[in-house]
Design a protein around this ligand. Structure first.
Ligand code: GLN
Length: 486
């Protein structure tokens, strides 16, 4: 019982079904764990112990009445950019510090309907803009493997909570890597679904053509379970795909794992300033894939060098437009002044942090008359070329394997004053968001005592393929079973 907080979702599910543990006991164990370690880790912006225990009681009642779902009674955490009815949703920003949404995001509503238990809302860079969680307006989350280092970002709170045993699983969002990169840095699994696979309704928008919600977990199987709960068409999001949702857990285990899979190894992802220890761990993982029967194919994604500039033009342009709604009239903070315009200025001046302001300025510039063609339009054209790189790759390979991040988690403060260095940590992740395809990061070793992530990239709606490869890798290795010394 003592180690309930380290259980996987799959194992907890089995215990709940056999009646060996109740959701109340499970939730209690997680709440105790949070109280024991979150003063150091600081993964949560808001904690909901009473609500969680009430949800757990309700889940236990549902189960005794004969009900069952994959997440019935399972304690989970939600990144604080997803709207939760009646529970504050800050987006890590002063401007939404007191915002309480009157509705649930579709992903949250689906989990709630399935009887999941919500432990709390996790820390994030302000409006999910950042790679270290240091741009949260409230505090920085520590990496459970070394509290003086960042957990990655922007879903750093979710990744740290999973890594520290402060939840069984969590949800994050990924606009340019914000699920995969913190998963890599904290030694957990993070899956970014295909654009449109999961409804964005109720996700506070960052870059609307890039954003996706996805799970962070301690095993690949758990990621498959959680993805199945939130995927599927939603009439409230016009970009959500009307495609059937497979049984990911079953498809992941079907076939013969990595045997016969053609795995592309893109040369560009082993070049750009990658840390030696990261490269060593990822290359060792490639050897494991080959041992498991995968055929490694050397490929090229020639437009990779343009990923960061394309992303930081498109993401900031979309962000500048999405953030225009925060003017103190309808949501959150309002600085009252005698004139309307002054109130807008003062509200935004007081409410947004420096990184968000930088992006609003960059994005507004890229969209402005006279510069639009040179920046935003050009970025869109280059994005098409990037998509063609990937389409060509899918003619040759089933999936692509590469590092998730060029470095392991860095020290707090190391990159905070150098935005370009911070942006470059996304060099291996932004491509998938730009092309709308899916990816997963799984632990594959350590460098400098810190976890290293292996990324599998798949084509649109290729979630079953990347899950199958990741599951086969985890069956053969034990990196995902390592726990930080907290
Ligand atoms: N780090 C990237 C950025 O700052 C990605 C963020 C994200 O995926 N939400 O935009």
């Amino acid at each position: 019982m003592a180690e309930l907080h380290w259980s996987t979702i799959q194992a907890a599910q089995a215990m709940l079904r056999r009646g060996e543990v109740s959701s109340v006991e499970l939730t209690q164990a997680l709440v105790e764990r949070i109280l024991a370690v979150d003063n150091d880790v600081r993964a949560y912006i808001s904690l909901l112990p009473e609500e969680a225990l009430a949800q757990a009681e309700a889940a236990d009642r549902r189960r005794s009445a004969g009900d069952d779902t994959p997440v019935l009674g399972i304690p989970l955490a939600i990144k604080d950019v997803l709207c939760t009815q009646g529970v504050s949703t800050t987006c890590g920003s002063r401007i939404l510090e007191n915002f309480v949404p009157p509705y649930d995001a579709t992903a949250v509503a689906r989990l709630r309907a399935a009887g999941a238990v919500f432990l709390g809302k996790t820390n994030t860079d302000e409006f999910a803009m950042g790679s270290s969680t240091e741009y949260s307006a409230f505090f920085t989350t520590g990496n459970p493997w070394d509290l003086e280092r960042v957990p990655g970002g922007s879903s750093g709170g979710s990744a740290a909570a999973v890594a520290a045993g402060e939840t069984l699983g969590a949800f994050g969002t990924d606009t340019g890597g914000s699920i995969r990169q913190p998963a890599a840095m904290c030694g957990v699994v993070g899956l970014k679904p295909t654009y449109g696979r999961v409804s964005r309704y109720g996700l506070v928008a960052h870059g609307s053509s890039l954003d996706q919600i996805g799970p962070l977990t301690r095993s690949v199987e758990d990621a498959a379970i959680l993805l199945g709960c939130i995927a599927g068409h939603d009439p409230l999001d016009s970009t959500s795909l009307d495609a059937p949702v497979p049984d990911y857990q079953r498809e992941m285990k079907s076939g013969s794992g990595l045997k016969g899979m053609r795995v592309g190894v893109p040369q560009e992802y082993f070049a750009q300033g990658i840390e030696a220890g990261v490269e060593t761990a990822v290359r060792a993982a490639l050897d494991v894939l080959a041992d498991l029967g995968a055929e490694l194919v050397h490929i090229s994604l020639p437009h990779t060098q343009y990923c960061i500039p394309i992303y930081y033009l498109i993401a900031t342009a979309e962000a500048s437009s999405n953030l225009a709604r925060y003017d103190g009239v309808r949501y959150g903070l309002r600085v009252d002044t005698p004139t309307m315009w002054q109130s807008y200025y003062d509200t935004r001046q007081a409410g947004f942090g420096p990184e968000v302001k930088r992006r609003i300025m960059l994005g507004t510039y890229a969209l402005s008359a006279g510069y639009y063609d040179a920046y935003y339009l050009k970025a869109g054209q280059a994005r098409t070329l990037l998509r063609r790189d990937f389409e060509r790759a899918w003619e040759e390979v089933d999936l692509i394997a590469c590092p998730t991040s060029p470095s392991v988690a860095f020290k707090m403060g190391q990159k905070i004053d150098d935005p370009l260095q911070m942006y470059l940590t996304d060099v291996f992740t932004v491509s998938l968001n730009l092309v709308g395809m899916c990816g997963i990061s799984i632990p594959c070793g350590f460098s400098d005592g810190m976890p290293v992530g292996l990324q599998f990239m798949g084509p649109a709606l290729g979630e079953s393929t990347i899950l199958r490869a990741a599951y086969a890798y985890q069956q053969a290795t034990d990196w995902h079973t390592r726990r930080p010394p907290l």
